[in-house]
Design a binder for this molecule. Sequence first.
Ligand code: PGA
Length: 229
Amino acid sequence: MPTTTDKENASLQAAREVIEQIKKKPQSCLGLPTGRTPRALYRHLIAIAREEKVDLTGVRFFGLDEYIDVRQESAFKTYLNQSIYQPLAIDQNNCFSPIMIDDYDALIKRQGGLDLTILGIGGNGHIAFNEPRTPEFSWTHCVTLDESTRTANQEFFPSLDDVPRRAVTMGIQTILESRKIILLAFSKSKIAILNRAFNGSVEEAIPASFLTKHPNLEIYTDFEFTWLK
Ligand code: PGA
């Protein structure tokens, strides 16, 4: 388990893991988050991929979640376009979003399954948009967002009223089926929830606690954290 207390360094290490995955399997399927947390990782990923001329033409990219009824400028697809797809000239045919198809899980399976999924964690313990009380055996589905989630994401919208109330998200099982997971938790505001998720009981109230069942999970933080297992 990586131990570091520096966000840049943690993001760089995580980016290297992603590059290693792609080099090992050029046809990799990656699950990608949005939000504040992965920004530095994407920056490092772009820099390494360019510097090392990594072939990305076979990689398939799957957004974890997407708002319903959102203006294009605030859509997660736009975030991913700007943060990673366009800078790396990724073919749009290899970029997927759960909003674009009825059965995202079947699509992921047809593409060979997720090899590596990157996650952040919400202040309420959500992963992707699986809010508290999401069943463990859930697949891609529509959700009503918690008010705490809408408030946390307000900065990406002109006002709180503009933050959508509904979204589509990969389910807990979609995520757990990924062969590898990298969880990023940056900022001291995530210490308490990370501890509850990993060192407390496994329960629907904290969706991230289901990650403790995954056999190949790495956690990157910018604070001291020990998973007691
Ligand atoms: P953040 O969100 O990266 O903007 O803190 C994390 C999440 O909600 O998964």
